[in-house]
Design a protein around this ligand. Structure first.
Ligand code: ARG
Length: 233
């Protein structure tokens, strides 16, 4: 609690779009909670890092790194070759893939069935990218939302016919909201994705610290404990 050092230790500012349960969301006390949060807190504890989570909108979240507003982004961010050009990533802390949500009565059974129907996605996510590949970048049937919960709300309201988003988030919503009458559809063509912690390009020291911490919590069972807390055995 109390620092014995003459200078206050740096508090790393961490951006997260806390509308992505069970990875990062706000609890009733408006605190940022979730799997990603627990993982970074455990890493910070291992490496003696002080961190502060700041709920940050997804749109523009990566721009907070080069401009120095935030030191890290942990927000279920998929490591992609394109993103790696403008930021650096830790080793992966979670494996994911895309998943489709539709109304239970919908006849959609595979990804290519989404070719000509209205699909909701969170702007600039990997879900947005996969549907662009199927429908074309400028397709009027891609409906973009600033958060994934807003896209799902539109699906419940019938404004879109399907939502494409990360599997953990879609499964979490569908199983916690049986009254919404949604089902999930997996597709073999969806590639594996890996979540990483993003930092400003070139911040090697911070990446090394994060990777060291991540390796340590994997080695001592902390990672597994956190995993089980959110996803079971
Ligand atoms: N994994 C996806 C991506 O990196 C979606 C992440 C969205 N995260 C969030 N907290 N809204 O594009």
């Amino acid at each position: 609690m109390f620092s014995t050092h003459a200078h206050a230790a740096k508090v790393y500012q961490v951006a997260t779009d806390a509308a992505y349960a069970p990875f990062e969301s706000l609890n009733s006390k408006k605190e940022v909670v979730g799997f990603s949060v627990d993982i970074l807190e455990a890493i910070a504890q291992k490496t003696g890092m002080k961190i502060k989570f700041i709920n940050t909108p997804w749109e523009g979240i990566f721009a907070t790194l080069p401009n120095g507003d935030r030191d890290m982004v942990i927000s279920s961010v998929t490591i992609t070759p394109e993103r790696k050009q403008s930021m650096d990533f830790s080793e992966p802390y979670f494996e994911a893939k895309q998943l489709i949500a539709v109304n239970k009565k919908n006849k959609v059974s595979k990804f290519t069935d989404l070719k000509t129907i209205k699909v909701g996605v969170q702007t600039g996510t990997t879900g947005d990218e996969v549907i662009q590949k199927l429908q074309g970048k400028t397709s009027p049937n891609i409906k973009r939302f600033e958060s994934t919960p807003l896209a799902i709300k539109e699906l419940e309201n019938g404004g879109v016919d399907a939502v494409v988003a990360d599997n953990g988030v879609v499964v979490n919503f569908v199983s916690n909201n049986p009254k919404s009458n949604l089902k999930t559809i997996d597709d073999a063509t969806f590639a594996k994705e890996y979540y990483g912690i993003a930092v400003k390009k070139g911040n090697k020291a911070l990446i090394e610290q994060l990777n060291k911490g991540l390796a340590a919590i994997k080695a001592d069972g902390t990672y597994e404990k956190i995993y089980t807390k959110y996803f079971g055995k």
